[in-house]
Design a protein. Structure first.
Length: 185
């Protein structure tokens, strides 16, 4: 028996098969990573390895969420990872910054696949100013200096986001938006 279908129907079938195959391949990759390392890292560029293109990132997030057991499990894992004090000395990309911080507030935004966090930075942290003869200052003192605070503030926020990307996003797939941080005295 022959079935005649239109070219449009053929493309839909081909795309659906491609999606299901891609999903199976990704689940296999993630299962192997979990078995070999004990955790699985979210990598938005993995699509190039399975040659999958159409609106892949949103689909990848959906599949990764499914693989991880759903949004609730991902948030639970993220909260555990966020429940500690982070120290910039533990990262080779901290530049002239030396401080500790912790997350004290978390808001969930499931529809956008991220968490909004507010952090507290220890006031005894330091920054070494590269443009000022490598002078090292306490963050609590720099905060009072409006001339340089705007730049230091954006660099601190960026560094916190980089650390949280490394520690949380790569391990859970949930993106972190640092909405605010406060320097403790």
């Amino acid at each position: 028996m022959k079935i005649i279908i239109t070219e449009n129907q053929y493309e839909l079938i081909k795309e659906d098969f491609s999606q299901e195959s891609t999903k199976k391949i990704l689940f296999k990759i993630w299962n192997n990573e979990l078995k070999n390392t004990g955790n699985v890292e979210f990598d938005g560029t993995i699509g190039k390895y399975v040659d999958y293109k159409p609106s892949f990132h949103a689909q990848l997030e959906q599949w990764f969420t499914e693989f991880m057991g759903g949004w609730g499990k991902m948030v639970e894992a993220s909260n555990k990872l966020l429940d500690k004090t982070f120290d910039t000395n533990n990262y080779d990309f901290s530049g002239g910054y030396d401080f500790r911080f912790y997350v004290d507030e978390i808001e969930e935004w499931e529809e956008d696949h991220y968490l909004i966090v507010r952090c507290r930075v220890n006031g005894d942290g330091k920054v070494t100013l590269m443009y000022d003869d490598y002078e090292t200052l306490l963050l609590s003192h720099v905060e009072e200096n409006e001339e340089i605070w705007w730049e230091v503030e954006s660099e601190i926020k960026s560094l916190i986001e980089d650390i949280l990307y490394q520690e949380v996003t790569k391990k859970t797939g949930i993106f972190i938006d640092v909405q605010q941080f406060l320097i403790e005295s």
